[in-house]
Design a protein around this ligand. Structure first.
Ligand SMILES: Cc1ncc(COP(=O)(O)O)c(C=O)c1O
Length: 461
């Protein structure tokens, strides 16, 4: 892949660059101090320190919403230096925005928590655009370098399946090598080769809750010089940080638990500085998320709005405590469902009966504790097939029927008629999504009230 950085002579801007570097050094020092703090503290503060509030934000105690399209500059030298990427600046909100910048800082701190390398983040307008922004540079068709194949687990979110299968596979002719059993390391090994553009997994998957051995799959990918990208929307960094297990890039649909209020659509890619990718330029390897933001993202324009960024920032402040409580609530509900006579099967990684419980136990732990937590997504099948599942869904009174998850409110849907409807019966079978499957994302209500709602809905079937 060729470098995109245009080199000009900026000697006349040296006074601006020197001053901007001094300011950047202060900010870098503050971030370095923040990096030493605990996860909960990082959730609450991110990079928005009291000093940063006073220096740049009139002392506002929370990150202000910069509802502004562009930034004014002191003079033409500052303007030129900013536009030429010679100094950090936000310039124009399609390219960067201070509120979004604060969110990117906290995301890179959380995904990079206690890691011996630096991380960087780039926020996007949705989870799907994060997946696109994370993967597209690897499949770009360059002269003499046709993308050869993509390796991804088939049990992934329906939108991701479509993006790979239709947009990359059918429209661009890139073979997608689907991994049918994500726990089978031989299958990953057989499918990954040095022509693979990237390896992609979801940890855990939506809705099937499939998991895979991140560390071993990263080793297999790296053995061929290929990056591993992990969508860990369902786990959130409070329960699992794939970069710490060898992944190169993490994608998050910020729409979900990261913005549990349900007030915004957003996404992010967070990368390890110094990632593995034999086909990338040194700039890409050094800081992939930063490179994406400066170049392809600027040209494609999938920017996150500052208002949505502020909603996510608000929600992240309580991420760790929320994932603790929501996971415990989900465990109560899963145990209740497992014993219910109208329920055929329950799929929750926290249940010891789950076939991947041991693997999930290795990877999913409440950060800064010894406690395993398995998140708030579960699914179950109802005896009596698809119609019975619809009846249960229709009788719920407290739980919202919606194509949604990650909320502080409990939400349920039937994936085969909603999230995974477009991909058709064949792909649903491959992803193990039967028609009688109900997906439930457990919220922060008292679990007894949820159980009563579910019991009534199941008992009257
Ligand atoms: C695991 C996962 N990844 C990505 C997405 C896409 O996110 P968004 O809806 O924000 O585009 C979803 C949406 O449900 C998801 O569950």
């Amino acid at each position: 892949m060729e470098a995109e950085i245009v080199t000009e002579n900026y000697a006349h801007l040296s006074h601006v660059i020197t001053e901007a570097r001094k300011r950047q050094a202060v900010w870098d020092q503050e971030l370095e101090r923040m990096r030493q703090l605990h996860f909960s503290t990082l959730c609450v503060h991110g990079g928005y320190t009291p000093a940063e509030a006073i220096r740049n934000n009139q002392g506002s105690v929370v990150e202000p919403v910069y509802s502004s399209t562009a930034q004014a500059h002191a003079d033409s030298d500052w303007l030129e230096a900013a536009l030429a990427y010679q100094i950090p600046a936000w310039v124009y909100s399609r390219i960067a925005n201070p509120t979004v910048g604060y969110l990117e800082t906290v995301l890179s701190l959380l995904e990079g928590y206690r890691l011996p390398f630096q991380t960087a983040a780039c926020c996007t307008s949705s989870g799907m655009s994060a997946i696109k922004a994370a993967t597209e540079p690897f499949v770009a068709d360059r002269p003499g370098n046709r993308p050869k194949n993509i390796v991804a687990m088939v049990q992934c979110y329906g939108g991701t399946y479509q993006q790979f299968d239709v947009r990359y596979g059918r429209e661009r002719g890139i073979p997608i090598r689907w991994v049918h059993d994500a726990t089978d390391l031989d299958e990953w090994n057989q499918k990954i080769d040095s022509d693979t553009c990237f390896v992609f997994g979801e940890f855990p998957s939506n809705p099937g809750l499939a998991v895979f051995d991140i560390q071993r799959v990263a080793e297999l990918a790296h053995g061929q010089g290929v990056p591993l990208i992990v969508d860990s929307t369902i786990a959130t960094p409070a329960l699992c940080r794939p970069l710490s297990h060898g992944a190169d890039i993490v994608v998050q649909s910020l729409t979900k638990t990261m913005t549990s209020s349900g007030r915004g659509i957003g996404g992010a890619l967070i990368s390890k500085n110094g990632m593995t990718c034999h086909a990338a330029t040194p700039e890409m390897r050094d800081n992939y998320a930063g490179w994406v933001k400066l170049w392809p993202y600027r040209d494609a324009g999938p920017s996150l709005s500052p208002e949505s960024a502020a909603h996510t920032l608000d929600s992240i402040k309580t991420l760790r405590m929320k994932m603790d409580v929501l996971s415990q609530n989900a465990m109560h509900v899963a145990q209740f469902l497992e014993d219910h006579p109208a329920v055929e099967s329950v799929n929750y990684l926290g249940l010891s009966s789950h076939p991947q419980h041991a693997l999930a136990k290795r990877y999913m732990r409440l950060v800064d504790s010894e406690e395993n937590r398995y998140g708030h997504l579960l699914s179950f099948t109802v005896k009596g097939g698809a119609n019975a599942a619809r009846k249960v869904l229709d009788r719920l009174e407290l739980v919202f029927r919606a194509t949604d998850l990650g909320r502080i409110k409990s939400v349920a849907t039937i994936p085969s008629i909603s999230t995974h409807q477009q991909q058709g019966e064949h792909a649903r079978l491959a992803a193990r999504i039967p028609a009688a499957l109900v997906r439930l994302c457990v919220g922060g209500e008292d679990p007894e009230d949820l159980i009563a709602d579910l019991d009534r809905a199941l008992t009257t079937v």
